[in-house]
Structure formats: structure tokens, C-alpha cells
Ligand binder design. Structure first.
Ligand code: ACM
Length: 512
């Protein structure tokens, strides 16, 4: 099982699915019973009637007020009955993921597999997650990923008990979300003329390109499908709309939003742009972003809304007369304070609508907005500073949560952005920084893996960089620290890769 449950007590005997197995659930768990039936039926070919009075064996789903809270569940498997009891439906759902993994890996196939006896070992399992934020970020701006693959990815997150999908929807090289009020964001901003190839270089003369246009975007109906599909799997979709930097695609669509710029183009190379990538600080920019966010809030029920905030080249504001006038009229000290003022505006704006702002750790510079949650990516320091100041944090340090780094030191790996985060590095990760005292550590909501896609042109490549590192991350985020053991994990992973193989996941094979 991955992630390994908090407590497993093996019992004598086995439980076997057969043509007489039924599923039992109360009315409020009916949808989950149907979902369990639909996941067990294809590979076994058995009907799994729901609440049938007759039959040989049964799977029971139950809500139990005495059961473990916080998404936990109890799973008891005996020869005739497998029972999942939880405080809430989300716990029942997590227990279903565990139960499914206890059958042969072929249970993940979508057509009957012959010659398999569908047994699971008897056991008592008591399980509860270590962290509430168990995330995976995917950048669909650098390379557009089709909706169908996003749905596949959500299935895999659910299988690993991950519960946050951080969807990086906008950046310099593409705007991927339909906004009805501002159609040019996708008419213009979703398309670029060319795309830089690896290896990464900062020297413009050395850049190589595909020579082909690239683009794509999600309509609001697409987004509604993704959000619904995620919710059915107890996954929250946290959208990211980058501001004030990484905004070149939006500025290409509406040059008025930039700093003294008449015209710019959607980015084609990787790196931070010196010009044309940072929003201005005029009222019209604020009204524009509020208009975008109003549509975002209608689409995404997530409490947290990510506003980016990273890597703002403040020279754009230093060199802009309008920005300097604004800075002086606000009585601000410098451009860091101006960014802080910008983010504070949206912190207040989101709070008034019952939402919470989250941003990359640069939002600390110049003073953190009152309600802001910090995503710590430049190491742990941002997370430590924010937690000490009483703010919630999500840990996302480049080492080892950036899955755009190499997985191994050899010359056979596909070109990556640089750095090195091996499977064992990810498995050894401890999300709570040592520098935090217990009360401060309570501000660490959890952590997440980052998939930046500069050098991942398609879903197959993203999967190669994701798996099995995300299996390791799932265990870091779900399982108690005491259960962690790399050798044990690798032994379980060998079996688990059979499940991923059945699901057509292009994982990186283990080094032997
Ligand atoms: C980031 O990697 N710029 C958050």
C-alpha cells in the first residue's frame, strides 16, 4: 500500500471478491458505493449489487461518529466482510483507496482479467493523514496539458490520497483560462509563436527553438468539469493567477496592463523577462484583475486562491513614471513596499469574499498581507518566517519538491531544468522545518510537489518526471513519520508500479 497506513494489524485469512459479493451503504454514502462498484467491476467482471439482501460476501461502507476524524478511516477485513468506517465521506473514500490496493494490481484494469483470484489479506487498519494539504502543482502555462490528462492526473492523485491540485494557469508563456470579460486573454494570450528547447541557457544566442507555434486553453465548461471531477475525489483545485509578475501573456493581450508598453508578445523562451512581464499599478489594472478573479471565484470553490507573487523584476516599476508617481503618492519606501501594497489589496479583496490568499514566498518582501498564506519555494526560510509571524504556510522547497529537477545523475535522463531530486531525496523530506517550535509548526498546512513544464512538452513526459517521486511525496504527507522506511517503501513500490503500469502511467523505472 502507498501511502502506508498509520496502523496495520494483519489477521488470519483472506477476503475474496466473487460474483456473489455485494456492497452495502447507507443513503448518504450511496454515491461512494456506486463509485466503488464502478472501480471494482471492470477488471473482475462481477456485478457488485448495492444493498442486495443475498450474496456470499460484502463490502460495507459506514459513517461512524466515533471513528477517526480528519479524513481518517478504519478498515476491517475479515473472510466474509470488508468494512470501512469513517467520521465523514472523505474518510470512507480514503479507505476505499486502501481497500482497492489490497487486491491484485490487475484490479486497476478496465476489462475483465482472467485467471486472477481477487483476494485481499484480512487485517485491521486504522489510518489518518499527517497533513491536511497534500498537494501537487502542475504548470499548464509553459506547456498546455489537455483536459483529459488533467482528469487522469486527478485519478492518480486520489489513488495516492493527495487532496490539493494547484493549477498554475497563467504565466509569461501562456494564459490558459477562458475569462468571458476579457476574451483576448485566450484569443491572444493562449498562443505563442515558438517554444524554446533544452538545454536551458541564459545566453540568447544559444537558445534553440521548435520553430512551431504552441497553445491552448480551458473553457469555463472545461474548468467546471475538472473542478467537479476533483470534488468527487475529495480534491480541492487551487487556481493560480499570477500577479504582478509572470504576466507577459496577459500584457500581450492587453498592453495597457503593462508599464509604458505599446506592444509585446507572449513569451517563447524560459527565464524571467526584463520587460513586459509585470503589471502596472494603476487602478485599471486592479479593476481588470478583480474582474478576472470574480470569474475565478465563480469557477473555483476553493477557499485558497493563489496569486503568484514570485520573481517580479521591479526594474519595470523603477523605470515607469506612472509607477513611481503611484509609489510616491502612497508614501511607500520602495518597490518591495509597492508589491506588498499590491498583494495586500487582493488579500483584503479575497477576504471580503470569504476566500484566502496564498502566494509564493516573495510576498513576504516589503511586508506580508494580514491574511496571506505563504508557499515556501526558495528553501524553507520563507515558510519559517511566515509561520513564526503566525501565518499559515505550505512547504514547496525546490529541494526536494521541484520535480522539474533531474531524478538521477546519469547521461540518459531527458533534459531537465537542472538540479537533482532523487526518489530517496523526496522520500527523506521532512515538511516541518526544524527551526519551528511546536506552536509555530501547527501553521505548516502541508506540502506539495511542483511540476514546472518548461522542459516537459507533453503528458507522457510530465508523467515520467512525476512518478514514482509523487508516490514518495504522498507517503511523506500522509503517513506518520515513524512508519517511514525507505527499503520498505521500495519493496512496496515494486508492487505499486504494477498498478501504475495497469493505468498506463509513464513512470520512471527504478534504478536497480
Ligand atoms: C517559482 O518557482 N518561481 C515559484
Amino acid at each position: 500500500m502507498i501511502p502506508i497506513p498509520a496502523k496495520v494489524i494483519p489477521r488470519e485469512g483472506t477476503f475474496t471478491l466473487d460474483a456473489g459479493t455485494s456492497i452495502h451503504a447507507s443513503e448518504e454514502l450511496r454515491v461512494l458505493a456506486e463509485s466503488l462498484r464502478d472501480t471494482l467491476r471492470p477488471a473482475t467482471g462481477f456485478p457488485f449489487p448495492i444493498n442486495s439482501a443475498t450474496g456470499t460476501s460484502r463490502v460495507e461502507l459506514a459513517l461512524d461518529a466515533r471513528a477517526q476524524g480528519n479524513d481518517g478511516y478504519a478498515l476491517s477485513i475479515r473472510p466474509q466482510v470488508a468494512r470501512i468506517a469513517a467520521f465523514s465521506p472523505v474518510g470512507v473514500f480514503q479507505g476505499m483507496q486502501t481497500l482497492r490496493q489490497l487486491f491484485p494490481a490487475a484490479i486497476y484494469r478496465r476489462a475483465p482479467v482472467s485467471g486472477v483470484t481477487w483476494t485481499a489479506p484480512c487485517a485491521d487498519i486504522a489510518d489518518v493523514p499527517r497533513f491536511g494539504w497534500r498537494g501537487c502543482h502542475v504548470d499548464v502555462a509553459r506547456h498546455f496539458m489537455p483536459k483529459e490528462w488533467i482528469l487522469k492526473h486527478l485519478d492518480l492523485l486520489a489513488m495516492h490520497k493527495l487532496n490539493v491540485f494547484h493549477w498554475h494557469l497563467t504565466d509569461d508563456q501562456g494564459w490558459r483560462l477562458e475569462i468571458k470579460r476579457y476574451p483576448k486573454l485566450t484569443e491572444v494570450g493562449a498562443w505563442r509563436s515558438d517554444t524554446m528547447l533544452g538545454p536551458p541557457t541564459k545566453d540568447p544566442a544559444k537558445r534553440r527553438f521548435t520553430g512551431k507555434p504552441h497553445g491552448g486553453f480551458y473553457t469555463q465548461d472545461d474548468v467546471r468539469e475538472v473542478v467537479r471531477y476533483a470534488a468527487d475525489r475529495f480534491i480541492t483545485v487551487v487556481p493560480e493567477i499570477e500577479m504582478p509578475g509572470h504576466s507577459r501573456a496577459a500584457i500581450a493581450a492587453y498592453p495597457d496592463l503593462g508599464n509604458d508598453i505599446d506592444k509585446t508578445a507572449v513569451g517563447t523562451w524560459w527565464g524571467i523577462y526584463d520587460k513586459g512581464a509585470v503589471f502596472g499599478v494603476d487602478d485599471k489594472v486592479f479593476r481588470f484583475l478583480e474582474g478576472v478573479l470574480e470569474e475565478v471565484l465563480e469557477l473555483f470553490p476553493s477557499t485558497f486562491i493563489h496569486v503568484g507573487g514570485d520573481e517580479v523584476r521591479k526594474n519595470e516599476w523603477r523605470e515607469s513614471k506612472a509607477a513611481q508617481t503611484r509609489l510616491k503618492s502612497l508614501g511607500l519606501k520602495d518597490e518591495d513596499a509597492l508589491q506588498s501594497w499590491f498583494i495586500k489589496h487582493f488579500d483584503t479583496w479575497l477576504a471580503a469574499k470569504g476566500r484566502r490568499l496564498v502566494g509564493w514566498d516573495e510576498i513576504l518582501e516589503g511586508g506580508l498581507a494580514a491574511g496571506a498564506t505563504v508557499m515556501s519555494w526558495r528553501g524553507e526560510d520563507g515558510g519559517v518566517a511566515a509561520a513564526k509571524a503566525g501565518h499559515d504556510v505550505v512547504m514547496a522547497p525546490q529541494k526536494p519538491t521541484y520535480f522539474d529537477h533531474y531524478q538521477a545523475k546519469n547521461d540518459r535522463e531527458p533534459i531537465a531544468i537542472g538540479g537533482h531530486n532523487s526518489l530517496s531525496d523526496v522520500y527523506a523530506y521532512e515538511p516541518v522545518p526544524r527551526a519551528l517550535k511546536a506552536a509555530e509548526a501547527a501553521h505548516v498546512l502541508g506540502a506539495q510537489a511542483q511540476l514546472w513544464t518548461e522542459f516537459m512538452p507533453d503528458p507522457r513526459h510530465v508523467e515520467y518526471m512525476t512518478w514514482p517521486r509523487l508516490c514518495a511525496m504522498a507517503e511523506v504527507l500522509w503517513s506518520p513519520t515513524e512508519t517511514r522506511n525507505y527499503d520498505g517503501f521500495k519493496a512496496r513500490l515494486r508492487m505499486h508500479l504494477e498498478r501504475l503500469r495497469a493505468l498506463d502511467v509513464n513512470f520512471r523505472p527504478l534504478d536497480e
